[in-house]
Design a protein around this ligand. Structure first.
Ligand code: NAD
Length: 244
């Protein structure tokens, strides 16, 4: 690890790393993709929305970064396996996975349609499992890697009228902590980030809870960058609260 080059100019923190970022077509995922590319990573931007995913790659390239767009639905095992195959072909090796793709549904329990419950679980929790499972063999083989999942304050504290969302995010936190123990000996760190309110399209339908302030997506991206970098090698199984 080095913080400064011989010139005194800080080195890029993710030089020669590759990162898969899901849900990279908007909000927090786009901010993470842009920041990681700026820090030298080759970024595989994944989103079910191809157009917005391509826009993210254009933004990275305009800023001098490198990236690829792969359209995939993280809740589909076959999509995820194809995505990881294509990503590996494009960049050779994967080092970092950011499970960020997520959806939000608002309804009190008595009005929640079972289909909405299933969808939230499928994208937020099963999607995190599927992407992690698909990337893990490579990380274990190279005995290094970073897995970062975007959970939520709702997963810590619950959120009235968003029980499916809160339960899915509590699941992401528990999944992450459990996996951390499984892969500790492989030098793979597994951590979750729990944002409060973040100024993205999702925040237009989710209320900002008392004690939170709406923060810009880059504030979450900076925490993800730390967890992706060498500096955080001693942190695993954590759920970092970023409530603004
Ligand atoms: P957003 O709606 O702006 O972006 C989500 C992205 O995920 C979109 O580009 C969407 O197309 C993509 N996506 C959705 N379902 C997908 C699927 N099945 N497969 C692939 N891509 C899919 O939301 P955001 O605010 O940037 O949220 C990003 C993450 O942060 C989510 O997991 C969210 O739950 C979490 N989060 C957001 C906030 C907030 O206040 N915005 C707070 C806490 C946690």
């Amino acid at each position: 690890m080095s913080l400064a080059g011989e010139t005194g100019v800080p080195n890029k923190r993710l030089e020669s790393k590759s990162a898969v970022v899901t849900g990279a077509g908007s909000g927090i995922g786009r901010a993470i993709a842009q920041l990681f590319a700026q820090e030298g990573a080759v970024v595989i931007a994944v989103d079910q929305n191809q157009l917005s995913c391509q826009e993210t790659v254009q933004l990275m390239e305009r800023a001098g970064g490198r990236g690829y767009c792969i359209q995939a639905d993280v809740s589909s095992a076959s999509d995820v396996e194809r995505m990881v195959r294509e990503a590996t072909q494009a960049v050779g090796r994967l080092h970092i996975l950011v499970n960020n793709a997520g959806i939000y549904r608002r309804a009190p329990v008595q009005d929640m349609a079972p289909g909405d419950w299933d969808l939230v679980m499928a994208v937020n929790l099963k999607g995190t499992f599927l992407c992690t499972r698909a990337v893990l063999p490579q990380l274990m083989e190279q005995r290094a890697g970073r897995i970062i999942s975007i959970a939520s304050r709702a997963g810590r504290q619950g959120e009235p009228s968003a029980s499916a969302y809160a339960a899915s995010k509590a699941g992401v936190i528990a999944f992450s902590a459990s996996l951390a123990g499984e892969v500790r000996d492989y030098h793979i760190t597994v951590n979750a980030i729990c944002p409060g309110g973040v100024d993205t399209p999702m925040a237009k339908v989710a209320p900002v809870l008392p004690g939170s302030r709406l923060v810009p997506p880059v504030d979450i991206a900076q925490v993800a960058l730390f967890l992706a970098s060498d500096e955080s090698q001693a942190i695993t199984g954590a759920a970092i609260e970023v409530y603004g």
